[in-house]
Design a protein around this ligand. Sequence first.
Ligand SMILES: *Cc1c(COP(=O)(O)O)cnc(C)c1O
Length: 379
Amino acid sequence: MSDMIPLSEPLFEGNEWAYIQSCLDSKWVSSAGAFVKQFEQVVAEYTGSPYAVAVQSGTAALHLSLLVAGVQAGDLVLIPNLSFVACANAVSYLGASPVLIDVDPETWQMDEQLVESFLTNACVLQDKQCWHRASGRRVKAIVPVHTLGYLAPVQVIQSLAQSFGLVMIEDAAEALGSWLGKRHAGTIGMIGCLSFNGNKIITTGGGGMILTSSEELAQQVRHLSTQAKSHPHRYDHDAVGYNYRLSNIHAALGVAQMETLPSILSRKAEIEMRYRGALGDSVSFPSILPDSLPNHWLPTFCSPKVEAIRDQLNQEGIQSRPLWTPMNQLPMYADCIYVHQEDYSGRIVSQSLSLPAFPALKEEQLIKILSTIHSAVKD
Ligand SMILES: *Cc1c(COP(=O)(O)O)cnc(C)c1O
């Protein structure tokens, strides 16, 4: 099995061991250690976000963000139909329901025209709040996802959100290192969420970060992530809180990973450009939003021959994977409103395949992957 090429693999070539060892040596392993603050500072600086609050996962980041945005039981929250399930789940934790928006067939991102037509035709603005006419439910927030680290059309979506009284929360879980002009993904709306799960662009083993320009929101999420403890010494609590704070050990890993981020990003860009250059004529990759620089997190293409390609890759010991099953096909979200014309999400996912693009991927492995796909496409 030594020849197996995995889909993803983290890179630990920097100070990961040293920083974790210093946690253990100092006995600061839990959420009060210095690395937590340092990790928040490094990420805030890198992304240009005025505030950054570390939590235990991207899912926890989404949950707290929706909570402080004022999402309540019975509300509706717009999310893309094609995405990882965590976003829909975070909406459900609050007793709210997702409204599923189909994606654009070229970019694979939430289709802003469908957002606009849903808000214009199916909703009404009353007392500065948006109401879904057919159900009488309030529409409180919209969560564009920067799917695969490519930018969603967040500027258009943000102005729609403003016109309709919605809060925009960016799910930038896959998008650390992705930029729209000079602004980092996750810093365009009021709140953005990052993930540091094992398969993401950098990893802390498990972790997430909430980015915001609002000091008040940053304080609120910090408070809620630490059991809403309201007194420095006594066990006083003033709200239903959560144990979502990141540990010092995880943050130590994060600080070290942030030091390697630039080299991870440049290697991944190189790999994706090779895939696009060599395969672009025979399969289709998502198009990239103008003026954006993606992080090339996970190169993924669509092809009618996807099954043959996957079989051949399997035979050669090369891991590949289809995209996530669309939300409208999952049992717990099958009854949600699905705003679509053509079901592009379903079509894209059924023909999709993600390819290995981890930074340690070797040249000969890349060549093997490319030639395997070429021969499968030719058959
Ligand atoms: C990974 C991911 C999440 C969840 O992050 P976790 O850290 O795994 O909880 C949320 N949204 C998207 C789009 C993701 O890819």
